[in-house]
Design a protein around this ligand. Structure first.
Ligand SMILES: [Zn+2]
Length: 372
């Protein structure tokens, strides 16, 4: 039998909080730790469609909140499609059916994010999957930890807008609010990983723990949480990949959300179907195995609502990034920003116009994604 696949998504998990967290630090001793995992989109739907299809949303069709149901499944397969074709039992659980592509899932459960006890519910789901595995069938289980999102939605999104002075004047309060939400995510993750271990599912499962995007706490005026800008506090996330056949290590080079799907398929020895569109992502196995590979550029985009209530139908901010530099194009007013990510990780000093060579390389890369 092949290995099972378990994805645990910590919706809205910030990288800096994970780096400081004992729960997350512990993972580093058993898992492959990606320290610089770049999302395609700083909001759940865009991010997760990219994770599960291995492709950017400007190609698959899901590049904005408006285009949630426009995933081109006749041209792009999802991880669940591949696994169900390989006789996996596929089950997804999340707080809405809009977050991930449903294609390929035999069961897709929507939980009530305000009421659900996710430790209890996801433990039950793991028990069910264990029975299926014991009965001779592999499973793919997608677990969405929605509670950080729920807290931010109730206490920030519904109360403030992207320009509320009250919000941006109270950074300590914002940090405190987020810290509490993150702490509950740590308790959840600890419990779920214990459950997986106690069910003896570690040896025979590939486990991916990741965040879809970070959440701002008031760093930049104009974005109270996420989805409006392309700065690193939402784009740069964490990921941990477990496979008992692979030694734990820290990968500090930049990787992209779109790389996980081909990596998991590679680990399972499942071939990419060439009669569908080419993937944007690439297997990270050469990087994990220590073979030298060049860092790939990461493309991201989002729709900034600006002073409207809803985001635009198509993205109006695009960015391209490597470990050292980021170029942002604000298409809504045709301005650009260039940041030296090594020396200015908070992206406060816009260097546009001062480094034409870097700008040219990044502009050319970004252009490739605009011409699609
Ligand atoms: Zn999210």
């Amino acid at each position: 039998m092949k290995k099972n696949v378990i994805i645990v998504l910590i919706d809205g998990g910030r990288l800096d909080f994970a780096q400081k967290s004992k729960t997350f630090q512990k993972l580093t001793s058993t898992m492959i730790h990606f320290d610089q995992s770049i999302t395609y989109a700083p909001y759940t739907t865009g991010a997760m469609h990219a994770v599960l299809s291995g492709c950017y949303g400007n190609r698959t069709g899901v590049n904005s909140y408006w285009n949630i149901f426009k995933f081109k499944n006749d041209q792009f397969l999802t991880l669940a499609d591949y696994l169900s074709q390989n006789n996996y039992y596929t089950y997804a659980d999340g707080h809405t059916e809009l977050i991930i592509p449903k294609f390929g899932f035999k069961e897709f459960n929507v939980h009530d994010e305000q009421k659900i006890n996710l430790i209890q519910w996801h433990s039950e789901l793991l028990e069910n999957m264990k029975q299926i595995y014991d009965g001779g069938q592999n499973f793919f289980l997608y677990l969405h930890y929605s509670k950080i999102h729920t807290g931010i939605s109730n206490e920030v999104l519904k109360i403030f807008n992207n320009f509320s002075k009250d919000y941006f004047d109270n950074l300590d309060l914002n940090l405190d609010r987020y810290s509490k939400l993150f702490h509950n995510a740590e308790i959840y993750l600890d419990s779920i990983l214990n459950k997986i271990k106690n069910l003896n599912l570690l040896e025979n499962s590939i486990i991916l723990i990741l965040s879809d995007h970070g959440i701002g706490v008031g760093e930049k005026f104009g974005e109270r949480a996420y989805g409006a800008f392309c700065y690193d506090y939402t784009l740069k996330t964490f990921a941990y990949l477990y496979n008992s056949d692979i030694k734990p290590k820290i990968i500090s080079s930049q990787v992209r959300h779109i790389d996980y799907m081909p990596t998991i398929l590679d680990m399972l020895n499942i071939k990419i179907n060439n009669s569908f569109e080419k993937l944007d992502g690439e297997s990270l196995m050469p990087l994990i195995d220590g073979e030298l590979t060049l860092e790939k550029f990461a493309f991201s985009e989002t729709g900034n609502p600006l002073n409207k209530n809803r985001p635009p139908k198509i993205p109006n901010i695009k960015s391209i990034r490597n470990s050292k530099w980021k170029l942002i194009h604000n298409e809504y007013n045709d301005t650009k920003e260039l940041y030296d990510l090594i020396n200015d990780s908070n992206e406060e000093n816009n260097l546009i116009g001062t480094n034409p060579e870097v700008e040219k390389i990044l502009s050319d890369e970004l252009l490739k994604h605009k011409l699609i």
